[in-house]
Design a protein around this ligand. Structure first.
Ligand SMILES: Nc1nc2c(ncn2[C@@H]2O[C@H](COP(=O)(O)OP(=O)(O)OP(=O)(O)O)[C@@H](O)[C@H]2O)c(=O)[nH]1
Ligand SMILES: [Mg+2]
Length: 244
């Protein structure tokens, strides 16, 4: 069984190496990494090329890189990575996560175990179940996230308590049925709601979200940035609730 972790990056030069090493040292068997970089001006791709060369020589674990030119967007970057992982590399399971080290790389193995040992079709890292927490954001952003997710759980299905997680592992067959839609984080609400609605087995795995220590958040640093992204998330929940 081949597992591929897709890593969407834009200016993550200082995070990508500890992230890749953290994933590969905490997983066993056939586990590869695919970085989808949108031609980051900070040289993220150069760092990835060096890591790839080192692994090729040392332990043959594959670190692949896809640089997109003239394209941007988190959702399309992840979907491109999924397509490559499944079609080109033949991955049976695809996982993905943010590359700001807010999602601990050691937790990838627990998401994969929820599929392999737990029989789930899709596993989602969750801040809002017992054992999970959000240490990355301030009180106001956390409260907004909890409120949005509380409404989403009520309207879209109680199998998920963190619809905006972005930390996912899924079987290739599930991802071939459910393609990602949207521009940014709203894809996750949409994907999880459709997975639950379509009868896929969804399992939550608690994780503790920790603060970014290098690079800059793509959502932004002010509460206003979260509110403006949040508007889109509220609209997505509302549209899905009316359609399902
Ligand atoms: N390839 C690609 N990656 C992106 C793009 N926008 C954001 N990313 C990546 O998406 C992930 C999430 O971005 P973050 O900066 O963590 O932003 P966030 O999680 O929305 O906000 P925080 O809660 O502040 O972390 C990171 O790995 C980014 O590098 C994009 O246009 N293209
Ligand atoms: Mg993040």
């Amino acid at each position: 069984m081949l597992v591929c972790t897709v890593l969407p990056t834009y200016n993550e030069r200082d995070n990508i190496e500890p992230l890749i090493e953290g994933i590969l040292t905490n997983t066993t068997g056939s586990h590869m990494v695919l970085v989808v970089d949108d031609n980051s001006p900070d040289g993220t791709a150069e760092v990835v090329r060096a890591i790839a060369r080192r692994h090729k020589a040392a332990d043959a674990r594959q670190v692949a890189l896809y640089v997109r030119h003239g394209q941007s967007g988190l959702t399309s970057a992840i979907q491109s990575g999924i397509d490559f992982a499944v079609t080109t590399f033949g991955a049976d399971v695809v996982t993905w996560m943010d590359c700001d080290l807010s999602m601990p790389p050691a937790e990838v193995a627990r998401l994969v175990a929820a599929l392999v040992d737990g029989g789930a079709d899709l596993a989602v890292g969750s801040r809002w179940v017992a054992g999970g927490a959000d240490q990355a954001h301030g009180w106001m952003a956390r409260t907004l996230s909890r409120a949005l997710n509380g409404v989403a759980t009520q309207l879209l299905g109680s199998a998920v308590h963190d619809y905006t997680s972005g930390f996912i592992a899924a079987r290739a067959a599930c991802l071939q049925t459910l393609r990602l839609r949207g521009d940014y984080g709203e894809y996750c609400i949409d994907l999880l709601a459709r997975a639950v609605h379509s009868g896929f087995v969804v399992q939550e795995v608690p994780y503790v979200c920790v603060p970014r220590t290098a690079g800059v958040s793509k959502t932004g640093v002010h509460l206003w940035d979260y509110l403006s992204k949040g508007r889109k998330y509220v609209a997505t929940v509302w549209e899905l609730a009316n359609r399902m």
